[in-house]
Design a binder for this molecule. Structure first.
Ligand code: PEP
Length: 257
């Protein structure tokens, strides 16, 4: 039996302005009971412009919901127009930051090298990176899903010391399953997540690998979450579209019911 606490995180993507964010988090906090947090950790990843409002609400009402950003700059400050730095996110008390989401890799050409620099930037500023990895459809069809994903894990963790790597969260998100309604079969997801844990054991130690949380992401809904969460190497879900619907997200958080 794993001692890893599942992390159910909602990636809002580019949705909800700061007023909508406040309403959404309030509704979520109201719907969740103290006992929900005994078995899972719940987090939201709003757009940058919402973070200050979410922080004020979470701090003011002492909410148990954690929050984080969807991206982080590899740089601490300077002439990087449009970017948001680790010091800015840590000042906003972000617990998490997504790194290398497939939409960043696809639309912003983020390489494993860039993701590695962002993972390091997050750790440097006390923020836990959620490193997103996963294959495109043609890679899976060619039978290379595991090799491709493990290369992304290795690239993202290059020269990251064990003291930091032990707290990373890895989100296995097959690109073809994100926002498409096509969910990866639970057995297929487990196979890749187990391989990720094996890679962590190879890069570090088995003990470290056993501590790291590995999420599945890709069209997670209340109807498929239980089957996915039943797999031994899956320790939570990174939820996109369904996290914008409070009732649906609450059902996902309560996946055992
Ligand atoms: C995501 O954005 O990380 C994601 C998994 O999206 P969706 O749940 O909508 O597929």
């Amino acid at each position: 039996m794993s001692t890893r606490t599942p992390l159910m995180a909602g990636n809002w993507k580019m949705n909800l302005n700061h007023l909508e964010a406040i309403a959404h988090v309030q509704k979520l906090a109201f719907a969740l009971a103290d006992k929900d947090y005994e078995t899972v950790e719940v987090a939201v990843l709003p757009p940058f412009t919402d973070l200050r409002s979410v922080q004020t609400l979470v701090d003011g009402d002492k909410l148990k919901i954690k929050y984080g950003a969807q991206d982080i700059s590899a740089h601490d400050s300077g002439a990087y127009t449009g970017e948001i730095s680790g010091p800015m996110l840590s000042k906003l008390k972000c617990t998490y930051v997504a790194v290398g989401h497939s939409e960043r890799r696809q639309y912003h050409k983020e390489t494993d090298e860039v993701c590695n620099a962002k993972v390091k930037a997050a750790f440097k500023h006390g923020i836990t990176p959620i490193l997103c990895v996963g294959e495109e459809l043609e890679v899976r069809e060619a039978g290379n899903a595991v090799a491709h994903t493990l290369a992304q894990v290795e690239g993202g963790l290059k020269d990251v010391p064990a003291e930091q790597a032990e707290s990373i969260v890895i989100a296995y998100e097959p690109v073809w399953a994100i926002g498409t309604g096509k969910v990866c079969g639970a057995d297929d997801a487990q196979q890749v997540c187990a391989a990720i844990r094996g890679k962590l054991a190879e890069l570090y130690t088995q003990e470290l690998a056993d501590r790291v949380r590995i999420q599945y992401g890709g069209s997670v809904k209340s109807g498929n979450v239980a089957e996915i969460m039943a797999k031994p190497d899956i320790d939570g879900a990174l939820v996109g579209g369904a996290s914008l619907d409070t009732d649906e997200f609450v059902k996902i958080v309560r996946f055992t019911e």
